[in-house]
Design a protein around this ligand. Sequence first.
Ligand code: PLP
Length: 400
Amino acid sequence: MTAAPHRFHGAPAAGSGVYSIRFPKLYRPTWAEIDLRALRANLERIQDRVGRDARILFVVKADGYGHGAVEVARAAVAAKHAAWLGVSSVEEGAVLREAGLRVPILILGSLYPFESTLAAIRYGLTPTVASLDGAKRLVRAAGHLAPRERRRLPLCCHLKIDTGMGRIGVRWPAGREVVEYLLGVRGVRLQGIYTHLARADEDALFTRRQLAAFAEAVAGAERLGGRIPIRHAANSAGALRFPESRWDLVRPGLAAYGLFEDFTPVLSLKTRVVFLKQVRAGTWIGYGRHHRMARAGRVATLPIGYGDGLPRQLSAGSPVPGASVLIRGRRCPILGAVTMDMTMVDVSGVPRPEVGDEAVLIGRSGKLEITAGEVARRSGTIPYQIATGLSARVPRVYLR
Ligand SMILES: Cc1ncc(COP(=O)(O)O)c(C=O)c1O
């Protein structure tokens, strides 16, 4: 076999606007393309839709939903489309700080173990307080700062109210005691209060009930201590569909990455044909002998598999059959089982297929498109899992 030719072989030319962070050369022609222009356009659209009174906290947890947290955060912040960033842990926040990002970063998860509180403070990350115990730990950590670290005081925190998500947070009115406690201490400041919506994309009634419960909690907390500067509730679906959820800050993830409604997808997943063969009718394809060619045809092998995050549920014969990839603008059905590193597809319908042809697993080819949503549906999951499930061995190539 000759090596597959491909566009990113060799370091991209300076100023080409195409670059890969971890692999200056791609020897295996499998990559995810991240279109930073689409990301910026999506964030701009979100800002237009929610109005200028609410700023954007761009959610970049789970390595920026698999897109590469540092790169997407840099692009959003440099374009002034994100006033805040949201992560799920101290580690995720630390990576952004070490990459030089200076905007406020909210840790959306509860700090545990509580020893991580001090690390969060030292990285200048804003913790979520989700219980009285968590509030006390934060106050204690503030008291243990070395003299030269005292410039960080008062530490800002955001109080999480559980209005029906049932994950982390205090219920209201039980949360009163946390607010009263925080108002009575020095060294910690209640900068924000927030909640998270459980079904904003599919249940307006329940979402309105959550938002009403949050409004009641905000009013109660503000009666105790005056206006709380940053009040927030909205994920993508909330921000776009429920104006009353917007408050001072909205927290989109999905829409920013183009994985919601008609926003432009930021990520494409691509590979190239590395092996081609003509097979006879009756030929078995792949592990388990799950697929037998009904007729003679051409079969291409692609260097991508479940080890890259391509769901094995796309295998032929799975509960939602019909998964395919795009080659030269044609749909090519997946044959047999998706394996760890390789996947076979039927290219009998492609005119003059060649080794080196680009194959699109998520994205566009000619007039056709396969969305992450389609891959998710066929795999019995949600687009979040498809994007975050792309493994580290898939190089992310950035289009500026
Ligand atoms: C607390 C919180 N806010 C906002 C988001 C962003 O949600 P979405 O990606 O649906 O916009 C998430 C993601 O799960 C989250 O956990």
